[in-house]
Design a protein around this ligand. Sequence first.
Ligand code: SF4
Ligand code: SF4
Length: 418
Amino acid sequence: MRKKRQKKPIPRVDTARTRTVRRQAIMPAAKSQKKHPQAVVIERADFPRLMEALGSRGYQIIGPTVREGAIVYDTLTSDEQLPAGWTDEQDGGTYRLKKRSDDALFGYNVGPHSWKRFLHPPVQRLFSARREGGGFEVLPEPESSPKYAFLGVRACELHAITIQDRVFLDGPHVDPIYKARREKTFIVVVNCAKAGGTCFCASMNTGPRGTSGFDLALTEIPENGHHCFVAETGTKEGAAVLRKVPHRAATEADLESAECVVAETARHMGRTLDTTDIKELLYRNHEHPRWEQVAARCMTCANCTMVCPTCFCSTVEDVTDLTGEHAERWRKWDSCFTMSFSYIHGGPVRSSIKSRYRQWITHKLASWIDQFGTSGCVGCGRCITWCPAAIDITEEVRAIRDSAFTHAKSPTIIGASQ
Ligand code: SF4
Ligand code: SF4
C-alpha cells in the first residue's frame, strides 16, 4: 500500500565507488535481516492464509500463473493457480518453461508481462463525448481504480515501479489513472532464488533482493522437505496482513538460509553490464558503426519496449461511431520503434532503424539519467529474451565500449539524425 510518497533507492549511475559497494551489497543487505525484529517464517501450508488475508482486506490479487507456455501475471483466487514446480529457461530470443525438482511457487524469473500493465494499462479510454446540439458534451470516464495486491514482485520490478512513479507522479503533470491505482497497491516482493539467463539486476544495483518500497517481502525456501517463507514487513499495512497469517519468529538458521538463497542468485547472473560512465559513453558514440550493424538485425517489432517494465510511451487515438453521434479518446502504449512515433509536421524525425534503435538504448541508459536522475534500465533481461533477433542490450553496450570513440564525435543532444 502506497502511503506517503518517500524517496526510495533507485538505480544509480555507476561510479567506481558504487561498483565497489555493489559487489559487497548482497551480503550486508541480507545480514541486515538478522537485525530485523519482524523477520518471521510462514510455512508453505499456511500460504493460502496470506492470500485469504489479502482478499479479506479487499485486494484483488495479481500474481504469476502458467498460461500459453509462459508465466504471466493475472488475477489469482487460489494458491493452486501459482506456477508450483515450474521454472523458466531464458536466453537471447528464447523462453521455455520446464519442471523443477521441487514444488517452489516462485522458482522462475520474469515472464513477458510486467506490473506496468496494471498501473499503466496498455489500452485505456480517457473520455467519451456525445453530440449535443451544435457541439459535443464530454462524458467523464467512470472511476475504475482497482485495489491491487501484487504477489511475487521481483526486486528489479519494484525498482521499475519506482522509476515509473517518477515519470507519472513526480513531475508537474501527474497521471491520474496511474496515481489512483498506485496509491492503493499492496506489494509482496519475493526475492529471487535463481537468476535467469538474461538477468543482470546485480549490475544495475536493483536486485536480486528487495530492500525497500514493499509491504511484505518473502524469501522462499523450498528445501529438505521443509518448504517455508522467511517474511519481513515494510509497512503497517504489511504488518496488519501478516498478523492474519500463522507464523513464527525466524531463527538464525532460517535467516542464514534466506541469506544464502539471495547471495547465490547474485553470483549467478546470466548477463552483466558495465555501467561505468555509460551516459558519456553513449553520447560520445552517436555515430559509432555498431548502430548500423544492430539496425541490420532489428525488425522494429517493438517487442523490447512492450515487455520493458519502465518504458512508458503512449499515443492517443480518437474514434467515432458511424453516425458521428458518439466519439471516444483512447490512450494506447506506443513505442519509439514505430515510424509514427516521431512523426511531426510532414515526416518522422527518426525514419531509419538505426536512429530508432539508438534512440531506445540511449534513452534507457543515458538521457533517462538526465531526464529522471536514474537509469531507465533495471536489468530484468526481458528485452533480450523477447527480441526475435536476440539483440542483447548488454552485448550492444559491450561492443560500443570495446571499440568506442574516445573523444566527442557528435553533439550531446541526440535524436534528430537519421
Ligand atoms: S531490438 Fe529486437 S525486440 Fe526491439 S524492435 Fe528490434 S527486433 Fe524488435
Ligand atoms: S531495457 Fe531491457 S533489461 Fe532494461 S529494464 Fe527494460 S526490458 Fe529490462
